[in-house]
Design a protein around this ligand. Sequence first.
Ligand code: HEC
Length: 152
Amino acid sequence: MKIVKLLILVLLIAVVIIQFIPNDKPEVVLTNENDLIYNNQLPENIRVMLKESCYDCHSNETIYPWYSYVAPISWLVVRDIKLGRDEPNFSHWESQSKIDKAKNLDKIIDEVTDENMPMPIYTIMHAKAKLSDDERQLLAEWAESYAESLFE
Ligand code: HEC
């Protein structure tokens, strides 16, 4: 028993210590003039899906949940947001060429239909972000028709 108590104590101390390791959270920017939603009249259901299921990681408008302040989970959250904001970043959408938009839309179709996105680990804590099969199909159809409309 003694050894178990000692191990728990060591673990607790370790958890406290790692809270002091710097972990820079990507900044939140709410006004993004090149934002996808801001610049385009998206169907309401698509707008809501993108906002609720993708924007925390793929835009500058991240809403940080409480656990994003607690190491070591915060390290994973920050990693996903940095990678997610890298591409596609919906806050920078309009600054891309048509070709890049089309490429990103194509990737969105793949990621959504293959059920890779939104990341399954994210939907455990964000039930609203879960997409049904119908919603996945709607999102993919929207991305497809948007991509086509770019070259009309
Ligand atoms: C919890 C954070 C998170 C959420 C939420 C999320 N993504 Fe991602 N996404 C990532 C990360 C991290 C990557 C890069 C690593 C990877 O490919 O797994 C990525 C990559 C992508 C890529 C690029 C894939 C490639 O092959 O380059 C696309 C497209 C994408 N996500 C679309 C979406 C869409 C659409 C949604 C919403 C339906 C979404 N993501 C929700 C974190 C997220």
